[in-house]
Each structure stands twice: as C-alpha cells, then as structure tokens.
Design a protein around this ligand. Structure first.
Ligand SMILES: *Cc1c(COP(=O)(O)O)cnc(C)c1O
Length: 375
C-alpha cells in the first residue's frame, strides 16, 4: 500500500485506499455537491448517463484533459472501465492485429509491464526486447533493444509503481506504434502526446478515484480490433460514441473532472512537474545524505519522482527497523508507508495531491528517525 499524507483540519491523516490522489479542495467540493448537484436537486450518483448534465460533465473533463496535455486533434480520448489491468488486455485486443504477424514488442522494467506482457501473450506473439532483468532497478539501454521490425506496437510503462523505476525519456522508436502505461505518472508533468500511438492511465493514482481509465489513441489506429475483442473494450466502438456504448463510471468521471479542474487552477501540468521535482528531491536528498541508512533500490538515472521504494540498513532491509519506521510514522499521522507486499520495505508515493509541506514533514521525520537510531 502507498502512503497518504493529508492535511485535514490541521492534522495529517491517511486516505482510505492510501493512494492520496485527490486534493482536499476536490473532496470538499464533491461533498458539497453530493446531495444536490449544482441546484438540480439530484446527486451525480443517480444521474442518467444519457442526461444532458452528465454529458456536460464528461465533455468538460475531456476538454480539460485535452487542454492540459495539448492533445492533438487527431487523437480520441476515451473513458473506460476495467482499470490499468483491463488495458493490458485491451491494448493487444485492439492493436496486435495492426500487422499480419500479430506480434508486439514489450519493455519489461517492473511488475506492471511484466503483467502487461504476460496478458498480451494470450493474443499474439510477445517479444521482450532485452534480456530478462534479475531485479527491476534500471532501464536497459534502448540502443541495445532487440526490436522486431514487424511488431504491431511497442509497449512500455512510464513509471513502475512497485519498483520505483521511471523512464526519464520517451523511447524514440521509428516506424513502430508506441504504447505507454502512464497510470502512476499521468499528468505529473507535460508530455508530447504526438510521440505516442496510445497512452492509457487508470485514474486512481494521479487524477481521481478508481473506476475510470483514460485512453488517448491516435485515430488511424482505430478499427483493427480482433473479432474476439469484447465490445466494451473496442476503442473504435467506444471512441465513436463518446465512451457511452454502455453505462460508464459516472461518478468516477465526475471526480476525475474535478481533479482536472484542480490541476488547471493549480497551474497545469508544468506546475505538477515542478512540484514533483521538488518533492522527490526532498526525499532523495535525505536518502543520499544518510550514509547508507536509507537505501533507494532504483538506479539514480531512472529513479521515480512518484514512487520511492526504500530499504533501511542495507539493500536487503532490516525488518525490525522498517517496522519501527512504519509504526513511528503512523504515530505521527503518516500512514500507508509499508512497501508493496511483493517487495517489502518502505514505499513513499508522491502523487500530485501530496503537497510540498507534507513531503517536507516526512523528510524531517526520516532525518529524526535516522538520528535517533544512529545516536
Ligand atoms: C496501479 C497500476 C496498474 C493497475 O491498475 P488497476 O486499475 O488496479 O488495474 C497498472 N499499471 C500501473 C503503472 C499502475 O501503477
């Protein structure tokens, strides 16, 4: 689980799911509008997806997203259900048939891209473009990638949420459709959408709550779905009816719309990027200055601005110290700092809604904890 730091009423408390993806201003607005959405006398929770009011909510969210990421005209924006994991299936179901060989290239730099590659194997041939990594701590050098010229697309994950490995660049692959899972770094900085064939992101990390996944796809890639592709995942079908083939996740789309407005009012993707740089530097400076007390596992060239897995004492960690750290942090109202169950240790997640002040508080806590243990 990730950590959530929250300033509510002066004290810091945790998010229920630990994602901390929603700023307090957004939650307060949702609370205010829950019973009576803008004088309509009904809640968004009970709104018809065919109503003019919901259509306006969805259109505004799409337009705000287009503005925030400067999405070119020839891209469709689709809101789907099924999460990031649903897209691990939807991407090959829609795109692996682009070329006759039904083959796709995958870059596997952590748990999520590994899951994506495994799912794609159900629908075609998967070529992992580099030798298997024994630990997910680096990004294999692109000049050594073994690319298949007949691949329908190449897939990578911009930020590996569990292992804390983030691409500091966009791979430059000529002639192949670039597909990216941006679930945990979406809108954490500006991005040149025109470099991609497809980008997807589950909303619950950086732009809202679980239930809706954003897909941004270049229009010429529509219409290649395999016949066994479920209709709700068919990008062409959903793209041609404003994601309303069936009932979409109305409330999740509404919350995402509020978050997008909050990002706009906060200065947009540029400001999110600056904040991310400041916040992650606060934590990495403590780690780098700790003389090996805190160990960051990812290589310094590709360590994540969003998710920072840490071990204490050594790269293998010290369970006693790590448990003490998590408990002591919780006493100070900083919770969900436990690392992902598959890797252990500690993980700090700095999604957009985490403030610089909250991050500073955690950095100070880390310094004090170290001083006490090393005294
Ligand atoms: C969380 C996450 C997923 C999976 O999201 P679900 O909505 O739980 O399916 C996929 N990719 C990345 C990078 C993630 O962080």
């Amino acid at each position: 689980m990730n950590f959530g730091l929250y300033s509510r009423g002066g004290s810091i408390i945790a998010t229920s799911g630990g994602w901390h993806s929603i700023a307090i201003q957004v939650l307060l607005q949702a609370q205010k509008e829950l019973l009576d959405y803008r004088g309509l006398g009904i809640s968004v929770l009970e709104m018809s997806h065919r109503s003019a009011h919901f259509i306006k909510i969805a259109n505004t969210a799409e337009n705000d997203l287009r503005e925030l990421l400067k999405i070119p005209e020839n891209y469709k924006v689709i809101f789907l259900q099924g999460g990031g994991t649903g897209q691990f299936s939807a991407v090959p179901l829609n795109l692996i048939g682009l070329k006759e060989e039904r083959s796709a290239d995958y870059v596997v730099t952590g748990a999520w891209s590994a899951n994506a590659a495994k799912e794609a194997e159900k629908y075609g041939k998967v070529n992992i473009v580099h030798p298997k990594l024994d630990a997910y701590r680096t990004i294999p050098n692109p000049s050594n990638w073994n690319l298949n010229p007949n691949a329908s697309y190449i897939f990578y994950c911009a930020n590996e949420t569990v292992h804390g490995v983030e691409f500091p660049f966009i791979p430059d692959i000529k002639g192949t459709v670039l597909v990216c899972d941006m679930s945990s770094s979406f809108l954490s900085k500006p991005v040149d959408v025109s470099k991609f064939g497809l980008i997807f992101a589950g909303a619950q990390k950086n732009i809202g709550c679980a239930g809706v996944t954003v897909v941004i796809i270049r229009e010429d890639l529509l219409g290649y779905a395999l016949k066994e592709c479920p209709v709700i995942f068919d990008y062409k079908v959903q793209g041609s009816c404003s994601s309303l083939y069936n009932t979409p996740a109305i409330y999740s789309i509404y919350i995402m719309g509020l978050v997008l407005q909050w990002i706009k009012n906060s200065g947009g993707a540029e400001t999110m990027g600056q904040n991310c740089a400041v916040k992650s530097k606060l934590i990495y400076d403590v780690i780098d200055g700790s003389n090996g007390f805190y160990v960051s596992l990812a290589a310094s060239t590709c360590r994540s601005r969003m998710n920072i897995p840490i071990r204490i004492g050594s790269a293998d960690g010290d369970n006693v110290l790590e448990t003490e750290f998590v408990d002591k942090a919780a006493e100070n109202n900083m919770i969900s700092l436990k690392g992902h169950r598959s890797v252990g240790g500690i993980r700090i997640s700095l999604y957009n809604a985490v403030t610089v002040e909250e991050t500073q508080k955690l950095a100070d806590f880390m310094v004090n904890f170290m001083k006490e243990r090393c005294a």
